[in-house]
Design a protein around this ligand. Structure first.
Ligand code: TYM
Length: 344
């Protein structure tokens, strides 16, 4: 007997992604995720949320959490998301996320979660002291995505493993409950030179909110002077830029700056090298600084303007939550029936 391929998902295409409200957003978040949200909203129905439930897997000050959600929302708007086009909301405003996560906790296997590298990185040496939520975090992420039957998830490279897990959970749910094609197997959209932006101080380390050095990253809220200074101080080597991308393989800091330039300019890294081949960083860095200031500078100003009116941000989030729930509620009602819950 031959195994038949499971029935494919036949529903509509949808984009979903989210960001945790756990610190200042940086160039990595912008190039890996936010810039794609604004582009995709015009192509496919797009759902973008603020992951405040994921945020509390590590301690957050309750007096600050709402403001942190508003800051991420302001960043979404300042980078081009249009609340009339995309649905923008806070995860905690749609209780179906955690309801579906419980069902998925019972579908996912401990062995699958044991392989998650981000848990190992975040939990560090003392994993028995990490919250259970931090361990189960990728299961909630799968629920975020599949609650809306999203088919495409724009994220940075570091989220790829969580997307693989989401696909495994969707496939196992469809199989175990004999509902072929009920959940889609979503694709991670990680293409482009901004998928893995590295630290400005160390080309081997990811640019990250948690890096103690502020010089390791360009923040979305940085002003022009701060951006220019960070680019000037970025670690590099003494060699001129080569003609071919392959020749940057052993020069991580140089590759990172070329990739950042390419992502900011909407070009490929090879195109950037073709323009700058033979030039050293003394010539390249000022060009990169100018480009970064021209793209990022206005974003910080716009965020500050938006944050001066928190009531308007809350109105946008309230409206988005109502639209999100209108889609989430029927999916969850179907899941309750499929599982056989008493309340279905
Ligand atoms: P978070 O909040 O850590 O990061 C938000 C987005 O930024 C991307 N990113 C990067 N991209 C390129 N280079 C970097 N150095 C860099 N650093 C961060 C991340 O890949 C991400 O796309 N688990 C998620 C939030 C989440 C989510 C979801 C995402 C919760 N549920 C459902 C998509 C779908 C996270 O912690 O992202």
């Amino acid at each position: 007997m031959t195994d038949q391929a499971p029935a494919p998902y036949q529903g509509p295409q949808r984009v979903l992604s989210g960001v945790q409200p756990t610190g200042d957003l940086h160039l990595g978040n912008y190039l890996g995720a936010l810039v794609k949200f604004a582009r995709l909203q015009h192509e496919i129905p797009t759902f973008i949320f603020v992951a405040d439930q994921h945020a509390i897997t590590e301690w957050q000050d309750p007096a600050r959490l709402k403001d942190q959600v508003r800051e991420i929302t302001a960043a979404y708007l300042a980078t081009g998301l249009d609340p009339k086009v995309a649905t923008i909301f806070a995860q905690s405003a749609v209780p179906e996320h955690t309801e579906l996560a419980w069902v998925f906790d019972c579908v996912a296997r401990v062995g699958w979660l044991d392989r998650m590298t981000q848990f190992k990185d975040k939990a560090g040496k003392h994993k028995e002291r990490a919250s259970v939520g931090l361990y189960a975090y990728p299961v909630l992420q799968a629920a975020d995505i599949l609650l809306y039957k999203a088919t495409a998830v724009p994220v940075g490279e570091d989220q790829r493993q969580h997307l693989e897990l989401t696909r495994d959970i969707a496939a196992k749910f469809n199989h175990d409950f004999e509902v072929p094609g009920f959940f889609p197997l979503p694709d991670a959209l990680t293409q482009g030179p901004g998928a893995r932006v590295m630290s400005l101080r160390d080309g081997q380390a990811k640019m990250s909110k948690s890096d103690p050095s502020d010089y390791s990253r360009i923040n979305l809220a940085d002003d022009a002077d701060a951006i220019a200074q960070k680019v000037r101080k970025a670690r590099t080597d003494a060699e001129p830029l080569p003609e071919k991308l392959d020749d940057l393989a052993a020069r991580p800091e140089a590759l990172n700056l070329v990739s950042i330039y390419a992502a900011l300019a909407g070009r490929t890294a090879q195109e950037v090298l073709s323009e700058f081949a033979g030039q050293g960083f003394g010539a390249f860095k000022p060009k990169l600084a100018d480009l970064a200031v021209s793209v990022m500078g206005p974003i910080g100003g716009e965020m500050r303007r938006l944050l001066a009116d928190p009531a308007e941000i809350d109105r946008i989030l309230g409206d988005g939550a109502a639209r999100a729930r209108a889609l989430a509620a029927p999916t969850m009602a179907e899941v309750r029936k499929i599982v056989g819950f008493w309340n279905s």
